[in-house]
Design a protein around this ligand. Sequence first.
Ligand SMILES: C[S@@+](CC[C@H](N)C(=O)[O-])C[C@H]1O[C@@H](n2cnc3c(N)ncnc32)[C@H](O)[C@@H]1O
Length: 204
Amino acid sequence: MEEIVSGLNVSRETYDSLRFYETLARKWTRKINLVSPSTVSDLWRRHIVDSAQVFHVKQNPGAIWLDIGSGAGFPGLVCAVLAKELSPATEFHLIESDQRKCAFLRTVKRELGLKATIWAQRIEAVETINANVVSARALADLDTLLSFADHHMAESGVALFQKGETWEKEVEAAKEKWRFTLNPHKSKTSSNSTILEIGGIERV
Ligand SMILES: C[S@@+](CC[C@H](N)C(=O)[O-])C[C@H]1O[C@@H](n2cnc3c(N)ncnc32)[C@H](O)[C@@H]1O
């Protein structure tokens, strides 16, 4: 897996920060249900590398990146680690309603000196963030994700949603309620996953 990260072109310092993040996630997952037990043994590839690839879909993310339903920070806080080196002006916002997960997110933020605001609230309850990028993984169906993005994304922004093999069906269903542009990117870590790059979101 190390080749994938070096393929993503990060410095030794960023690589070490990602490894430190992995160590913290392993430690915390023993106390709180941070990542599902079935994925702990493969935490580096399934969560850290899988999240890091999202950063490279949008090379110039702009001023504000919002990650919704962040859980242990996937993909948002991992992208903040990459941005510290590759896009230092970008500010990250993470919305996660579980207070214990937010305590973990704040610990990672503090330990790695990341530019991030953690909102321990529900996505629907947070005032409009006006983000240039909205990311989400394993949160909701595409229709729901689009309504969250519609609320929080700037007009020229893009949404980056990591989806499993049913993504095409979800896109068809969402088209009944939404107009949008779509650019799907095959995941580098899982043959079943696709990153949907979505812009121009409008209700039909
Ligand atoms: C299945 S987990 C996925 C976490 C992470 N994105 C990942 O891929 O590992 C979904 C997370 O979203 C949070 N969540 C669900 N609905 C939410 C809402 N309406 N507002 C804020 N957080 C929410 C849950 O607490 C949970 O941590």
